[in-house]
Design a protein around this ligand. Structure first.
Ligand code: NZQ
Ligand code: ZN
Length: 387
């Protein structure tokens, strides 16, 4: 194993009625709270009213309307302004990954005198941040259990992953029933996102029996439970496992002691949603099998064989090249079976800006240092194969 330091200070409060603990979680953090949320799903499921009832003796300010692929302007800037103008002491994010990510950037920006983009773009390291608590409503990104956020800046097509240990949530409230209302599309995309998070950690140079086993178990759980949840959206057990799988998939525990992979599919997907504002998990599902096909070679084949045998039950006695081939096919079929559109054209991306995106990715994502290195031409070929 490689050397590592691991620490996730976030308290996970999981299960039916976990929200009852909200007042005691918030009380030590302050009385002036900024409540952040998205386009209205939390009102439809009654969660907004529940939060207001439980926090009736707090002073609550609100930032509604946080967009999927959250935008620096207006959402992050509006949130920072609200915090500064009102002396906000803590942020409560209620929603999916976009609401949580935006709230993390707000927590850092609120205690910084300059332009918040300085922090997001790593020009300046934050010295402090407001505390964040969240109530998760969509199992996908793992933002509830990591210190990262992804923020888009429309005018430059930038979509930047921003991480800072100050931004781990203090606590995340996980009641799977809040995810019963998540649409088929978002359930499928969220599962694909989490599966890809794990693949980004599995396809690397140095791994262990322990990390391979954890990754394989988590992917199997995601596949089995997504199949159930897509048919029975209010199946509590299926939604429970999906929620916990997703929380664990992105915080590093599943690849503890592994060597880094460079997260190539994420590097490429950030440009797709930065340029075209598509759903993150769909972009990943489209790219993943094409990336696999592109990087398959003598050096990488062992990972394909292991993945195919353990995840899809492919016959281990077949020639390695055949196993690898089937692994790629079955990965494609898996995402397609969730109902995900599997071509860029189906999500509104044609060939007009592929070269520009490939260049943007090559300049900004450092994928030439990935486990399977990608130069600009490689990236362009993967995008072209994804059309
Ligand atoms: O805005 P509302 O009305 O809440 O609707 C949302 C949104 O339209 C809806 N939704 C959420 N909970 C719901 C619900 N609809 C019905 N019932 C519910 N209970 O779902 C839509 C998508 O929400 P969003 O938060 O955008 O989805 P997701 O959680 O997949 O987050 C995607 C964002 O997270 C970033 C992605 O790049 C993308 O910007 N990521 C964050 C990561 C992290 N922090 O570690 C890692 C990931 O790799 C990812 O990059
Ligand atoms: Zn992701």
């Amino acid at each position: 194993m490689e050397n590592f330091t691991y620490c996730t200070p976030t308290k996970l409060i999981f299960g039916k009625n976990a929200i009852e603990q909200l007042p005691e979680v918030m009380r030590p953090l302050g009385r002036k709270i900024l409540l952040t949320y998205g386009g209205g799903s939390i009102k439809k499921i009654g969660l907004y009213d529940e939060v207001k009832r439980l926090l009736s003796d707090f002073e609550i300010y609100e930032l509604p309307g946080i967009e999927p692929n959250p935008k620096y302007s207006p959402s992050v800037l509006d949130g920072v302004r609200l915090c500064k103008d009102n002396g906000i002491e803590a942020v409560l994010a209620v929603g999916g990954g976009s609401v949580l990510d935006c709230s993390k950037a707000i927590c850092a920006g609120a205690l910084y005198d300059g332009e918040p983009w300085d922090l997001i773009s790593y020009q300046v390291k934050a010295q402090k941040a407001l505390p964040l608590v969240d109530i998760l409503t969509l199992a996908a990104t793992g933002s509830e259990y990591d210190c990262g956020g992804v923020i888009s800046r429309t005018e430059t097509n930038d979509k930047i992953g921003y991480m800072d240990e100050l931004l781990f949530p203090v606590a995340s409230i996980l009641d799977p029933r809040y995810t019963f209302s998540v649409s088929r599309k978002q359930t499928a995309a969220g599962t694909a996102d989490a599966i890809n998070h794990i693949m980004e950690q599995y396809f690397c140079e140095k791994h262990s029996v322990l990390t391979d086993g954890m990754c394989e178990a988590a992917i199997k759980s995601l596949i089995q439970n997504a199949r159930v949840a897509l048919e029975e959206p209010d199946n509590y057990e299926a939604r429970s496992e999906l929620m916990v799988d997703c929380s664990l998939a992105c915080n590093g525990i599943l690849s503890i002691g592994n060597s880094p992979s460079g997260w190539p599919c994420h590097g490429m997907e950030h440009a797709l949603s930065g340029y075209y504002d598509i759903t993150h998990g769909e972009g990943l599902a489209i790219l993943t099998p094409r990336w696999m096909r592109h990087i398959l070679n003598e050096k990488t084949i062992e990972r394909f064989v292991s993945f195919g045998v353990h995840i899809f039950g492919i016959d281990a006695s077949l020639p390695e090249a055949e196993i690898a081939d089937q692994t790629i096919e079955k990965t494609y079929e898996l995402f397609a079976s969730f109902g995900i559109p599997m071509h860029l054209r189906e999500v509104g991306i044609d060939d007009t800006r592929l070269s520009e995106m490939a260049h943007h990715i090559a300049v900004n994502e450092g994928l030439e240092h990935a486990w399977a290195p990608l130069q600009e031409q490689d990236i362009l070929e993967i995008l072209q194969a994804s059309l």
